[in-house]
Write a new protein. Sequence first.
Length: 256
Amino acid sequence: MNLFDPTKCTKVIIHGFNVNSSSPWIINMARRFAQKDNCNSIAVDWGRYSETLYIKAAFNSKLVAQITAEGLLTLLSQNKTNNNITADVKNVHIIGHSVGAHLAGLTGHKMATKLSGTKVKRISEGLDPAGPYFDAIFTTRSRRIQKHDADFVDIIHTDAFYGYNSDLGHVDFYPNGGRLQPQCEKGDKNLCSHSMSHEYFYKSIEAPDYFVGTQCMQWDLYLMGSCKNKRKAPMGIATPPDTRKRFYLRTKYKET
């Protein structure tokens, strides 16, 4: 705990189903935030609860969110004589992928409940929030990420099979229509596309204006150049907190 400074920005990264915090993208993102932005960088390892049947992992997310929320509140309140952590909560940015996206939302919700409505600054990922079970069974706010979970919730949709293909945040980005990603040419194209959300987000940390979306109602309208107001916004780390509604874009990012 001595390494944690509650007055700094805090980045909390949460992995998804059937993996753990040793995943390369988690390690790279956590290291990058610590080095580039001098932030507290926390990787939540819930592998014990996620490396099981999918339905069990989905149900376990509620328990893990409770533990994560309590842990973050404990960290933020250290060295506080009056337990007033309102300002420090506004330094918290939670990033979650797949089931971890819903877990991130639920963590933010539970923290706000404990703090009488004070919300964390931002939740991203939404990085391709999981679709199965969360779009049908978990239809209540007790399970799914929603825009009310933080001051600003931004979502990146990259797959319509494993991911959730409807708007969930203050702003929802749909690169390449939010379905199969062009980088995924071999193997399980849906699973690869599902993972591209965190690849895009990491790329945006390196190059904040690399991905730029256009506000539009539908992918087809975007392709035809018929979007109504054609407002632009960067996708990823640099998305302005006042960005709203749905954005589409084509990606040019190719893994090497």
